[in-house]
Design a protein around this ligand. Structure first.
Ligand SMILES: Nc1ncnc2c1ncn2[C@@H]1O[C@H](COP(=O)(O)OP(=O)(O)OP(=O)(O)O)[C@@H](O)[C@H]1O
Ligand SMILES: [Mg+2]
Length: 503
């Protein structure tokens, strides 16, 4: 590669966290106008490297050059100054401020240097500039006056990209940007990345969606255990080759073999309605059954799942657990009835970041270990078992969960609910952010859990996952259950077409 074409050059970068060697001697380049994919298992070191580039972590050794000039990145302001911007999945916007204020946060004075410019004039200029970036550069319409907290996740992500562009970033880092997006929104992001590329910007794209990486990126770097193990043009790769490089072998089987569910319904939902959320939903969940729920954002699939967990009251209808009508007025009520729920927004709803991995694992099943006076030994053994079973990469049960990689935090939370041994397990996007090998482990654990007679409901925006894992799939559209498909005969197309129209 011609050195003058390089936007970024990393040489021998290393980083340790205590006993963990997160990165060892990483070297890689990024050309101007290039989209580079960065893949690897959970805990491989992808986010650590990106955080070093964006100033959230400081490297222990190595050199970073931007546009052929050696730079020192010790804090986020340094990264911004040299033109590196990062879009985190857990977005960093201020929810109470509107899009314009967020796009200009910390840079209000970049508009109208004159000391005489009045506040309303500056506000108008900022608004015009924000509108130009959003409409003309990114070609999206976003309400500039509403607090960004009220925008959808996809819209907030776009505001975050606009903010990065406004700070004159030449290199944009996206760390798992599409994990929480619907298909149409993912397509829009792909289009935006292409436009950025055409405009000469460089993008580093970190993702577990390997097919997407192949489609979007020019080149792919594969990381394993803190090292770069491959750096190849995307045109020479396919998904299987990438998996091989990521895990150093081939993947035996993505989905477990399905065993037949029992004859008895464990959960029955009759005419469940909540105005504006879901209407007259009926279904049965059998012992040993894994039932999928598909539907677009806003179809009511998440609100239905949450209603089963006592989050928000229903206007009418009944929920019967093992033939007994239960009234779930609260989350603790659901837990007392043996219903457990894994939320999709684990960062905000599930994690106690300061506490240890072990603490987070057993937080919901303490009664198993003796309630008030805990059997610490039994608790520790269970923790170690689950850490091993799920391949959770950590220094052990005592490490704070906040120090784990994103995917490994997800695995801890899933293990927490499996440990509670509920009758009914409700899982919302159970494999979001999890690497391809860990996904197979998680599917296996869900299937074994079902084989012990539990009923499991999985809400997912990944139709391949629903077809591979579930026995049947309930499809939601505008609050109504519009179909119940047998996954043996259904296809991704049938799910997709039911998801966008009434039958
Ligand atoms: N602040 C920290 N303190 C201690 N260890 C850390 C810290 N941040 C990351 N690590 C460790 O460094 C390693 C690499 O983590 P990193 O977050 O970079 O992985 P990743 O490739 O982004 O994984 P994922 O796909 O799960 O997001 C992991 O073993 C992780 O536990
Ligand atoms: Mg990560």
């Amino acid at each position: 590669m011609d050195q003058s074409e390089l936007a970024l050059k990393i040489t021998g970068v290393g980083k340790r966290f205590g006993a963990t060697n997160a990165l060892s001697s990483i070297s890689m380049n990024l050309a101007k106008g290039e989209v580079l994919g960065l893949v690897g298992e959970n805990g491989a070191g992808k986010s650590t490297l990106m955080k070093i580039l964006s100033g959230a972590h400081v490297r222990d050794e190595g050199e970073i050059e931007v546009d052929g000039v050696r730079v020192e990145i010790r804090e986020p302001a340094d990264a911004q100054r040299v033109g590196i911007g990062i879009i985190y999945q857990e977005l960093s916007l201020f929810p109470d401020l509107d899009a314009v204020e967020n796009i200009f946060i910390g840079r209000e004075m970049s508009i109208g240097k004159s000391p005489n410019i009045t506040a309303p004039l500056r506000k108008r200029a900022m608004r015009e500039c924000a509108r130009r970036i959003l409409n003309d550069v990114l070609s999206v319409e976003i309400d500039l006056d509403c607090p960004v907290g009220a925008l959808t996740l996809a819209q907030r992500q776009i505001v975050e990209i606009a903010r990065t562009l406004n700070s004159n970033a030449k290199i944009l880092i996206m760390d798992e940007p599409t994990e929480a997006l619907e298909k149409a929104e993912r397509e829009r992001l792909v289009r935006i990345i292409n436009d950025l590329k055409q405009a000469g910007k460089s993008v580093i794209y970190v993702s577990h969606k390997l097919d997407e990486v192949l489609r979007i990126c020019d080149r792919v770097v594969v990381m394993r255990d803190g090292a770069c193990v491959a750096d190849l043009p995307a045109s020479t790769l396919d998904v299987n080759k990438m998996i091989g490089l990521m895990i150093g072998g081939s993947l035996a089987k993505q989905f477990p073999t399905k065993t037949s569910p029992g004859a008895d319904p464990i959960l029955k939902v009759e005419g469940l309605s909540r105005r504006g959320a879901f209407d007259n939903v009926n279904f049965e969940l059998h012992e040993g059954e894994i039932l999928g729920v598909a539907g677009l954002e806003g179809s009511g699939k998440s609100r239905l799942l949450r209603a089963l967990f006592g989050d928000g009251a229903s206007d009418s209808g009944r929920i019967l657990l093992k033939g007994r009508s239960i009234s779930i007025g609260s989350i603790s009520g659901a837990m007392n009835n043996g219903i457990a729920f894994l939320p999709a927004e684990r960062k905000t709803e599930g994690i106690f970041a300061e506490h240890s991995v072990g603490w987070n694992l057993t937080a919901s099943s303490l009664s198993k270990f003796g309630g008030v006076r805990l059997d610490r030994r039994a608790e520790r053994i269970q923790c170690i078992n689950h850490i091993r079973k799920m391949g959770i990469k950590s220094e052990g049960p005592q490490q704070p969960i906040g120090k784990l990689s994103g995917g490994n935090q997800q695995k801890v939370l899933l293990a927490r609910w499996l440990l509670t041994e509920p009758d009914v397990l409700l899982l919302e996007e159970p494999t979001r952010g999890i690497d391809i090998k860990a996904k197979a482990d998680v599917y296996q654990l869900i299937a074994s859990s079902a084989q012990t007679g539990k009923g499991i409901i999985v809400v997912s925006s990944d139709n391949t996952e629903l077809l591979g894992l579930c026995h049947r799939i309930l499809v939601m559209f505008e609050g109504e259950a519009v179909g119940m498909l047998d996954s043996a005969s259904a296809s991704e197309e049938t799910i997709a077409s039911l998801s966008i129209q009434r039958t």
